[in-house]
Design a protein around this ligand. Structure first.
Ligand SMILES: Nc1ncnc2c1ncn2[C@@H]1O[C@H](COP(=O)(O)OP(=O)(O)OP(=O)(O)O)[C@@H](O)[C@H]1O
Ligand SMILES: [Mg+2]
Length: 322
């Protein structure tokens, strides 16, 4: 799908690129602990916390992937006037992400806390607001986005359906003339007409057009492309890799590359980050999808790693990565 000379040429250009990511920011929090006893208060385990880790999640995980790949990145989104929001901004800055955030005093910063013990997730605690943005916040966000759009090579929409992505924002992005890559939320499907491409996973693809699970993925892809009026579509298929649709051709299937699988969360974020950077760096769609597939295969095999660096990506393709 891609040879190592082409891979090098493309990956070497990443550092000259600038990407604007827009979408729902999430603070990912992990509490790692041990269980020794059952609570005297209720029939539940008592977790003694040994370690706490925090990461930029949701759309900011896409931004983190872009910065790890050596490119510049703006992250546009909304946070609440709270500790989680401040922490998230700091985490982004530490990772060379330029946050373009609007503080909305009526919202909570979305925060997902996982409690992990005995090597498994025991509980997840979510705090979030999913209301539409107010007109005021939407306007301020658009103003900021317009400024950073000018010197961006592409836009990634990372829509987790928490309210940041709306019709007005999508209109601004589409009118900018920049390529727009979308990781979709099926309930917002109608907003994505005329974008450059979309990268739904299998479940999202079927939900976007409400087709039966028995329908072949080829038909699902076709319908999505017709409805959105787009020429290219990448459906990610988990352990089965990807299906790349281009024009009226039969989709090409790209087999998954993972050597081992530990943690599949965030693989979709890596896919859209690599696909976008590769395309604006001169890759064909086939080459870009292939690079994204190698990158995703790597991140699913690493514990606690959801990003890939340029050198690792190159070595995965040249076969030097052991
Ligand atoms: N079990 C697996 N084995 C091998 N590769 C995998 C596996 N799961 C995911 N991948 C790789 O990651 C890519 C994206 O995975 P998937 O289709 O699960 O996306 P997703 O559901 O959007 O992920 P996310 O958890 O980030 O939302 C796949 O196309 C494949 O390259
Ligand atoms: Mg996904």
């Amino acid at each position: 799908m891609i040879n190592k000379e082409r891979a090098k040429e493309i990956i070497d250009r990443f550092r000259e690129k600038k990407v604007l990511v827009i979408g729902d920011l999430i603070l990912d929090r992990y509490l790692w602990g041990e269980v020794e006893r059952i609570s005297p208060e209720a029939p539940v385990p008592v977790v003694e916390v040994k370690k706490e880790t925090v990461n930029p999640g949701g759309a900011s995980n896409v931004a983190w992937n872009i910065s790890a790949l050596g490119a510049s990145v703006y992250m546009a989104g909304v946070i609440g006037d709270d500790e989680a929001g401040k922490l998230l901004e700091n985490l982004m800055e530490e990772r060379n992400i330029n946050p373009i955030t609007v503080v909305d005093t009526d919202r909570l910063t979305t925060e997902k806390t996982r409690v992990i013990a005995v090597n498994q997730q025991l509980l997840r605690i979510d705090r979030e607001s999913r209301e539409k943005l107010s007109d005021y916040v939407s306007r301020v966000l658009i103003q900021k986005v317009n400024e950073s759009l000018k010197d961006s090579d592409a836009v990634i929409v990372s829509d987790y359906g928490k309210g940041v992505i709306n019709e007005r924002i999508m209109e601004v992005l589409k009118k900018s003339g920049k390529p727009v890559f979308v990781d979709p939320k099926p309930s917002n499907f109608h907003l994505y007409r005329g974008v450059t491409t979309m990268t739904p996973n299998r479940k999202e693809a079927y939900e976007c057009i409400k087709m039966e699970r028995t329908a072949p993925v080829e038909d699902v892809g076709r319908r999505i492309m017709e409805k959105l009026g787009i020429d290219t579509l990448l459906i990610t298929l988990g352990a089965e890799g990807m299906a790349l649709f281009q024009g009226n051709n039969a989709p090409s299937r790209i087999p998954a590359r993972a050597r081992k699988v530990y943690d599949v969360t965030g693989a979709g974020d890596t896919v859209i980050a690599v696909l976008t950077l590769a395309r604006i760096s001169g890759a064909t769609w086939e080459e870009a999808a292939s690079l994204a597939n190698y990158a995703a295969g790597y991140v699913v095999g690493e514990i606690g790693t959801a990003t890939v660096e340029p050198d690792t990506l190159y070595k995965l393709i040249s076969g030097e990565y052991m």
